[in-house]
Design a protein. Structure first.
Length: 646
């Protein structure tokens, strides 16, 4: 369905203190005129809800004359964010032209405004007590900005305000070469949109953006820094959800870039959480969607609870050390009291930094800049980085270091007259493996068994990033070929049955640990016993029933059970790795019983002096299990049997 005619779209603007007095990035969710295939919006509603100034003042439709309150952004000018005259930010001076959607711009002329254009607006509060609103110490109250017009329900391709072309700017000029390509755009819809629908190749995607980076930036009017989001990772409050009426920056990567918003970009995400649009940032707190498990550190440089900025270090072995568009997000300088970023290997300042790591570890430089004072670097989040890795903050200025896993905050001073106390050469993060926490192979064996050769091993510190592969050599160790393997389940003891062994075959275990670190066990040789040797392979003399089973199973040693009563073994008495032992009476036999799952993990073990026993397996996962019975007297294998747990 569609909605026709004029509607009022309300947008709440935060306020309540002087902290909210400042710049906001906004956009229009409606259009107010259509000429042929072109859609336009105007700004005539803005002075109805907030005091505004321009160089033309009341004659331009503003509250009074003064420095501009509404700005557009040009990429083809040198970047400077502490003055808004002849640089990137261009002040709007007239909003009462005919037609209204033709806005006057200082130094540049008159330009039509199209949906998808982003605006930077200086917010002083509502129209109450308006005489005091132009005093810098006056607090900014909250207000509701109402946009009246026809809903944007069409596909919206951003038209650059300066060129009036449906392409974004990508300009390299003196003074902006390091940040070329930034464009201020806006959500054109009366609903949130999801940046995770972004695509550079699919024109039918929610957001179609050829030659546009995957990073987005939204200015936080309280902390004066940019919230950033890129491919599943947000920094400084950035997420994938962009509210209605929100302006944000994107960056082009080449000429001919364009940005189209389609209806498929819309999402029903609601305003919630600390980063809702009614809070100190204008991004929503909806969790991002990302493939796989993200491993990252979130670091913050803080002066106080408001003046702070963070950078995110993401461990990704598919990434590069150097800056890569759509992999990393460059640091976009705001006007806050702190400036904090990390450095790529090619010295690009990043707010989101993806990089690979090897067994030798990784060192990442941090870039800190601020006025003279006392600050903190805080580790605010560490996610999915194994305990195997130590994380250290190194201070080259004081020759100090800090274990961030156990000490989350570091206090330091910036001394303006001493350039070594700030910049990109003072702090670094060192991530390295702790050898004591690495996977250790404790034992590796191969022995004849019912149905083949049983290969077994014991390890410590293995986790779900450790992969085991059993390799076999049939040519006396010249070559080895894999015969099976699986991912560690952190059980500590594992086994694999070679169903086609031969005397003299050699076996080894390959351990593929985190970051591709590969080690091998010793080589063991399988030796079959001579005829008559009492250690020869045992015939299978155990019976398992009922099979399959949903609960109780019975196990008996053939020829030994006779009239012995069944001994019931509960699951609690069989939990690995603990071993329970029932003392054997003099002259009787003692058995070791082991249950192994289909991955070769030993999940239960016990000792019993009875040749018949019973077990309740109702809590086991469905699947096939192996039971092995060993004679404790001479360690010979009595037999093996399989059962299926339904």
């Amino acid at each position: 369905c569609t909605i026709t005619g004029n509607v009022n779209i309300e947008r709440y603007l935060s306020g309540g203190s002087n902290a909210y007095r400042g710049y906001k990035l906004l956009s229009s969710p409606v259009y107010t005129a259509r000429v042929g295939a072109n859609y336009y919006f105007d700004l005539s509603n803005f002075p109805l809800y907030m005091p505004l100034t321009s160089t033309l003042g009341t004659s331009g439709g503003f509250t009074k004359s003064g420095n501009p309150s509404i700005y557009l952004y040009r990429d083809d000018r040198p970047f400077l964010n502490n003055t808004f005259n002849t640089y990137n930010f261009r002040g709007i001076n007239k909003i009462n032209n005919s037609p209204l959607y033709s806005a006057g711009v200082d130094y540049d002329g008159t330009f039509d405004l199209h949906p998808g254009t982003g605006l930077m607006v200086f917010y002083r509060g509502n129209l109450n007590n308006i005489a005091n609103k132009f005093i810098t110490t006056t607090s900014a109250e909250s207000t509701v900005l109402v946009s009246t017009g026809i809903l944007n329900q069409q596909a919206v391709t951003v038209v650059n305000w300066y060129t009036q072309l449906p392409t974004l700017q990508f300009s390299t000029v003196a003074g902006n070469s390091t940040i070329a390509g930034y464009n201020l755009v806006g959500n054109p819809y009366a609903s949130s949109i999801d940046w995770n629908t972004y695509s550079t190749t699919n024109a039918a995607a929610g957001i179609y953006a050829p030659n546009v980076s995957s990073s987005i930036y939204i200015y936080n009017e309280v902390s004066k820094i940019y919230a950033t989001y890129n491919a599943g990772i947000g920094a400084n409050g950035g997420t994938n959800v962009i509210p209605s009426g929100q302006g944000f920056f994107v960056r082009t990567t080449a000429t001919g870039a364009s940005l189209t918003f389609n209806e498929a970009a819309k999402t029903n995400a609601q305003l919630s959480g600390p980063t809702q649009s009614t809070g100190s940032t204008l991004l929503l707190s909806t969790a991002p969607v990302a493939a796989g498990v993200l491993q990252y550190l979130r670091l913050e440089m803080a002066l106080d609870s408001v003046n702070k900025e963070e950078t995110v270090l993401v461990l990704n072995n598919g990434a590069k050390n150097e800056f890569v568009t759509n992999e990393d997000s460059e640091h976009f300088t705001g006007g806050g009291a702190v400036s904090f970023s990390s450095m790529s290997a090619d010295n690009v300042a990043l707010v989101i930094n993806r990089f690979p790591i090897t067994s030798q570890g990784k060192t990442i430089k941090l870039n800190v800049n601020a006025a003279q004072g006392v600050y903190k670097i805080n580790l605010t989040e560490i996610k999915a980085i194994p305990q195997l890795f130590d994380v250290w903050l190194m201070d080259a200025y004081t020759k100090d270091s800090l274990d961030l896993r156990h000490n989350l905050s570091y206090t330091f001073k910036v001394i303006q007259r001493d350039t070594a106390s700030y910049g990109a050469n003072r702090f670094s993060i060192v991530i390295r493996q702790n050898p004591a926490l690495g996977v250790h192979l404790l034992d590796f064996t191969a022995a004849q068994a019912t149905g083949g050769a049983q290969v077994g091993w014991k390890t410590e510190n293995e986790q779900n990033y450790t992969n085991f592969t059993v390799e076999r050599s049939t040519d006396k160790g010249v070559t080895f070929n894999a015969i099976g393997g699986f991912i560690s389940s952190a059980q500590g003891a594992y086994g694999l049955l070679d169903q086609n062994p031969a005397n003299g075959y050699r076996y080894r275990l390959k351990l593929d640990d985190l970051n591709g670190a590969i080690t091998y066990s010793k080589v063991v040789t399988l030796q079959y016993s001579a005829p008559g040797d009492n250690t020869a392979l045992a015939s299978n003399t155990i019976i398992v029933y009922p099979n399959p089973s949903t609960g109780i199973i019975n196990v008996a040693v053939a020829g030994e059970a006779r009239s012995n009563p069944l001994t019931q073994l509960t699951l609690s008495s069989l939990q690995a790795p603990a071993t329970t032992t029932a003392a054997a009476a003099p002259g009787t036999q003692s058995y070791n019983i082991t249950i192994v799952n289909s991955n070769g993990a030993v999940i239960k073990t016990t000792n019993s002096n009875q040749p018949s026993w019973q077990d309740n397996v109702s809590s086991l996962l469905p699947g096939t299990y192996l039971i092995q019975v060993v004679n404790n007297k001479d360690k010979s294998i009595v037999g093996k049997g399989k059962f299926v747990k339904l």
